[in-house]
Each structure stands twice: as C-alpha cells, then as structure tokens.
Ligand binder design. Sequence first.
Ligand code: GLC
Length: 428
Amino acid sequence: MKVASIATIARGVVAVVATVTLAAACSSGSPKTGGSGAASGQLTGRGPITLAQGKDTSGNVQNQINTWNKAHPKETVRLVELPESADQQRQQMVQNAQTKSDAYTVLNLDVVWTAEFAANRWVTQLPKDQFDLAKFLPSAVQTGTYRDNMYAAPWKTDAGLLYYRKDLLQKAGISAPPKTWAELQSDCGKVKGVDCYAGQFDKYEGLTCNFSEAVDSAGGQVVDDQGKPNVNTPQAKQGLNFLVQGFKSGMIPKEAITYEEEDARRAFEKGNLLFLRQWPYQWALSSKAPKTKGKFDVAPLPGLNGPGAPTLGGHNLAISSFAKNKATALDFIKYLTSEDTERLNLVASSEAPTLASLYDEPALQQKFPYLPTLKASLLNAKPRPKAVRYNDVTTAIQEAVYSALTGKTTTDQALADLQSKLGPLTAQ
Ligand code: GLC
C-alpha cells in the first residue's frame, strides 16, 4: 500500500481544519451567543479569549493558535504562558480562580487537577454530547471526568518512557534495551564515559510521577483501588529503594536531584546520559539535537522483575467559570481536540494524542516508529490518585520521597510517614 507522506497529509489537513472550525463557529448547534458568559455555567458569549498553559516547549501551540486566529478574526486566542513547572502553573491558575479573574479563558489542566477545579466550580461543566468521546483513549477521557461529568476535554495524554542511547548500547554489544532494573544497571557497567540514569527528582509534581512509577514497577501501588494508601508494603520499599540506592551508588548523577523535565532533556541532549525516564514530547526535540539525533530510541520503562508501569500524565482543556466568551472557548477546544489538529500536533511535537486511531495510522507510524511502544505504555499507564485535595496528596509524597532521596530520612521512615499522612487525605 502506498503511504501518503506526512507533509501531504499535513497540507491537506490545514485546509480541512480551517473549514471545520469555521463551520463549527457558524453552526446552529453552537451554544447560544449573546451575553458575556462570565461567571456562569452557560457556554455563551463570543469574542477574544486566552489559553493559559505551561511553557509552549514545542512552539506548536502558538502555530495552532495562529491557524485558528486566521479563520476567526473576531474570536482570536492569545496564549498566556505560565512557568515550566507543573506546580507553579497550578498555583497561578488557582490564584486566578480564587480572585474570580477573567484573565484566563481556556485552561490547559494537568490531568491531576480536574477534581480540585471541578469540585470548587472553578471550571464549567462541558457538554459531553458535543464531543465524540468514544474516539478518545478511555483513560484520557476519565482524567477529564469528575463525578461522571465532563469538565475537561482530552487533549494530550502522557506516559513515562525509557529514552536510551542505542548507539552506545550497540557499541557495547548490547542488542536490546533493558527490561529490568538489574539489566539497566548491568548495561551501565558496560558503557563508560556517560552517566547511567536520570529522571525528574526535584521536589515538584514530576517527583510524584517518578516515585509512583518506581512503586508501580515493583508491583505496588501508592494508593490502592479502594483509595487507601498502600506505601507500607515491600513493593513500595523496593520502588523507593531503586531511587534511593540509585543516588547513593552514583547510578543516578547527583545533579538529577534538581532535574525537572527540561533539565533532564538538556542533560540527555548534551550526550551526558545513557538512560532517561521522560515523557513523549522529548522525542521530536532530541531528534533535532545534534548530539542525540538518530542515536536514541525509546522503550517501555523497566521494572523490578520485568517491564515496569508508567504514570499516566497529560493535559486537558477546560473553561474557566469566570471567563467571558465561553461559546468561543468551546469551539476553540473542539478545534484543538479535532482529529486534524491532533494529527498535526503529533507531527510537529511528538506529544501523545488522545485520539486512539492516530496511533495506528501507517504514515504516522513510519515517521514515529515509537508510536506502538507509546501506545502500549499508555495502555499500561497507572493514574495518580483522583482527589479534590490532590495538592496535599502530592505535597506529602514529594516531601517524603525527597527527604529519602537526599538522605535526610531512611526509606522505611519516609514510607511510614507517608502512609500516615496519606490516610486522611485520600479518605472519601
Ligand atoms: C507532564 C505530565 C503531567 C505531569 C507533569 C509532571 O507534563 O503530562 O501529567 O503532572 O509532567 O511534571
């Protein structure tokens, strides 16, 4: 079968996107216009809006906005870039909501914030029937749902992957990436001149993701399916010890204790690391970086006794309750989550789409040979706890794990403290 090139698809798609979005804006199915729509649950009002989100690392969010703005000169979107760190983004969005400011219209919500924003009525319920939710990955749809209602539309999903330098492994006579932590360590012993492994270990949301992955990859769970904390277990201890011992033995370089996503990416792209735990977005960027271009690949995360289990991440689109022009916001969200826009975004950024069918498109698989690995990792990904007080949950995790990684407490003490702190926070 002849496979259409990505460039051809992309060109065709730009035209389709413009038509679709114009049609959406004019269709009689759109919510009633008139009124500003501010401070109400009604999705009314048309005019300029903003999209608030973390740093546009790929640069492609601005491209998508430009395409929209060309087709909607009276309903333009302005990108408000918040800091790189997930915790600081949340802080600014919460402050904005608490002061009932209309500065942010569409919020790019991390998957773990949905419950808090929905329960506090900081975001407006979205009309489920206006989205073809059956086409999206069910795990991503779940992350935008609170008490069976949709508050955020699935936009970008995420799962941790093992980035590795295939050139260095090959030179050392290693033909496949490691499936277990023991194999990873043994591979590192055979490759000289680079650090072994890093992830994101600064005291912020990324640490919660890396810790949860370590526990899940040892067969445990930070919070069990009934919502009970579960870190007083041998599996949680083995998971945390992988990281604690990693720092002690030098398997993880000391400076990784300050790493967030972009620091970790830079270390990998300088050629300093053999293995890195990272999200899919890095694929496109490292494919252009001179020292890593053509030299790396990705694999599922390794675990204690076999392949590990990544943390489910991602970002969804919600509408601030205090914003004006919510009808425009809804159409803009439909545009960003449409098949054509998601396809173009995958091509430009390698960020993981939420639409399931894109993972199986031959032309996309040809350009991104890692798509099947990504899909398998996403299907295996474990969500973080769904809690209205999620910020307290993650703060407790970050404090306990960070003090173990920096040697201030033992693994046993850190986990005992965490178990007792999590109890009241996760009780329903
Ligand atoms: C990524 C994930 C997000 C996670 C964050 C942690 O952006 O998509 O879910 O919370 O990283 O830094």
